[in-house]
Design a protein around this ligand. Structure first.
Ligand code: HNI
Length: 147
């Protein structure tokens, strides 16, 4: 089981309690789709992804970015049981969506960058450390049902 310090818990909670989901969610997903264009293949039903501008202004992508970010709420609320919390979501991404699990890491890195840009000087090494630890546990949990 992953052990969290009080400081880590408080950092994660404070990031999510002040998070603007409508801003950060779309930005993270958009960034992932532009920086790693092969991730676009899973969003064939989302309409126009022809270039960076199309991706940035695609309402379905924006909405899905918000959905993904809200998906992380479940982990924040179940910090001591992230693996079980994501069992179903892992099966969905693996068996139904066929998302290559390497992509979870790519999206989580994009989210880190967007959060860092937003927090500016408040994105201290301690904040980065706690946030990336949290995301790596999420990524591992989402990849669990692939084996
Ligand atoms: Ni993901 C659907 C959460 C990474 C492609 N995804 C979801 C849903 C949640 C979710 C929540 C909605 C499930 C439902 O409808 O029951 N996804 C997450 C989280 C991460 C993640 C928390 C990682 C941090 N998903 C990814 C990645 C890709 C991805 C990296 C592809 C590159 N996800 C999808 C697709 C769907 C999806 C595709 C279905 C979208 C739709 O509406 O058809």
């Amino acid at each position: 089981m992953v052990v969290w310090t009080e400081q880590e818990c408080s950092i994660i909670n404070s990031i999510f309690s002040s998070l603007d989901y409508e801003d950060i969610g779309p930005k993270a997903l958009v960034r992932c789709l532009i920086v790693y264009p092969w991730t676009q293949r899973y969003f064939g039903a989302f309409g126009n992804l022809y270039n960076a501008d199309a991706i940035k202004t695609n309402p379905k992508i924006a909405a899905h970015g918000i959905t993904v970010l809200h998906g992380l709420d479940r982990a924040v609320k179940n910090m001591d049981n992230i693996k079980a919390t994501y069992a179903e979501l892992s099966v969905l991404h693996s068996e139904k969506l066929h998302v290559d699990p390497d992509n979870f890491k790519l999206l989580s890195d994009c989210l880190t960058i967007v959060i860092a840009a937003k927090l500016g000087k408040n994105f201290t090494p301690e904040v980065q450390g706690a946030f990336q630890k949290f995301l790596s546990v999420v990524v591992s949990a989402l990849g669990r049902q692939y084996h």
